[in-house]
Design a protein around this ligand. Structure first.
Ligand code: NAD
Length: 391
């Protein structure tokens, strides 16, 4: 499998990369300020579909209209496009919303010959993915990501899901997109919080999987201030290069691809303890600093590797020695509720399951080859205190 980026054989300034989910190779076409050419390219590749159900984030109606018009005009005689909008709020990421979209799609004429196109962030992509996976027992899915999280991370996955009141993404399935198309200009609409989160996920992938791309990442982060085209394209490609080899081997993300949970054990606890004050990205950043401290105390990571964590996270606002204010008791309680416990049956509160690095780019292997190990809870609490509560 190759993830090399090649110019596409068209007059438009589009580039194509790809990633594999198991045996299925997913082409990923992108460019900057190229919506018409990009969507015309998608339309040309849709083949004999009878219509498009475009599930679009309600936040950007003008973009949805533009994409729908370009798709409709991509076929001589016109391609029917049904636009269904969705408000991207986690409390609306539910099965009833999936059913409602499916009902409306069928009312509007969707058949087994229809394709579902998702235009939005990770939330719209996941909900549209659930519609595609289930309507007529499976329709092709195309992803048009409009947030950094979606473009650099979420679309590179077959995981589709919705929330239960007990937790996020607890009902779902695997459904591989047929293709992904992104105009980097779409990503410029998001706020700083979203941009930080998307970039922190890339920092995680560089530390945990691709340390040789640290310079590339730092250059991209430097260029993000003006939302530079080169910076966004670099982050997208780092996302593909980090995830592709793992997902080709482990498309259900239950074995080696669990490495992408690096920083998430402490990160989720930090995010919840901050009660919304910290973004997911910043929280995972703090989670990575804590994981590095655990590894250092276990004699796995040397000072140079710990320093590399600080180098990539400082420009993202996660600065060792300047921790956020968090309620300590809540943070320590939340650490023991991590959802990766299910992978290590029989573990009690004396143990915290974590992805740890034994060197940059080299996760410590646990049972069954999974990069997940039980860590003594006292050690984790002490490392968390050292990183997050310096006196
Ligand atoms: N399947 C996976 O593997 C995977 C991976 C990561 C995240 N996710 C899921 O993705 C979601 C998070 O993704 P996200 O961060 O993209 O969140 P999101 O989809 O909720 O979007 C975040 C916000 O950005 C807005 N938005 C979207 N596009 C915009 C644009 N172009 N301009 C301005 N605003 C825009 C949305 O309306 C929303 O308010 C979560 O539900 C998460 O569970 C899934």
């Amino acid at each position: 499998m190759t993830t090399a980026t090649t110019p596409r054989a068209t007059a438009a300034p589009l580039r194509e990369t790809s990633f594999a989910l198991g045996d299925e190779v997913v082409p990923y076409t992108y460019g900057d300020r190229c919506t018409e050419e990009l969507v015309a390219g998608l339309g040309a590749e849709l083949g004999a579909v009878d219509r498009v159900v475009l599930v679009a984030d309600a936040v950007a109606p003008a973009l949805a209209e533009k994409v729908a018009a370009a798709l409709a005009g991509s076929r001589a005689g016109g391609l029917p496009v049904v636009v269904l909008t969705l408000t991207a709020r986690e409390e609306l990421k539910t099965l009833p919303v999936v059913l409602d979209l499916a009902e409306r799609a069928v009312e509007a004429g969707a058949t087994r010959g229809t394709v579902v196109v998702a235009l939005g962030g990770g939330l719209v992509g996941n909900v549209a993915g659930m519609v595609a996976a289930t309507l007529f027992r499976g329709l092709p899915l195309v992803q048009l990501p409009t947030t950094p999280v979606a473009a650099f991370d979420a679309v590179l996955s077959a995981k589709q899901g919705v929330n239960l009141s007990a937790g996020k993404n607890m009902v779902g399935t695997f459904w591989t997109p047929a293709s992904v198309w992104c105009d980097l200009d779409w990503l410029r609409g998001v706020d700083e919080r979203q941009l930080l989160t998307g970039t922190a996920e890339m920092a995680k992938n560089v530390l945990a999987v691709l340390p040789e791309r640290e310079e590339d990442l730092l250059t991209a982060v430097d260029g993000l201030g003006d939302h530079g085209s080169d910076a966004l394209a670099r982050l997208l490609q780092i996302g593909v290069d980090a995830k592709a080899p793992m997902l080709a081997a482990d498309p259900h993300e239950r074995r080696e691809a669990l490495v992408f949970e690096y920083g998430h054990t402490v990160g989720h606890a930090v995010e919840l303890a901050s009660r919304g004050a910290l973004s997911h990205g910043a929280s995972v950043g703090w989670g990575m600093l804590a994981a590095a401290e655990v590894s250092r105390r276990l004699g796995l990571l040397d000072e140079a590797a710990v320093a590399a964590h600080a180098r990539v996270l400082t420009p993202l606002g996660v600065r060792a020695g300047h921790p956020p204010r968090l309620e300590r008791a809540a943070l320590h309680r939340l650490l023991l509720r991590d959802n990766k416990r299910g992978y290590l049956p029989g573990t009690g509160d004396d143990v915290v399951p974590m992805v740890l690095l034994e060197a940059l780019g080299r996760p410590l292997a646990g049972e069954n080859g999974r990069p997940l190990v039980p860590v003594d809870a006292d050690l984790v609490h002490e490392a968390v205190d050292a990183v997050l509560q310096p006196s």
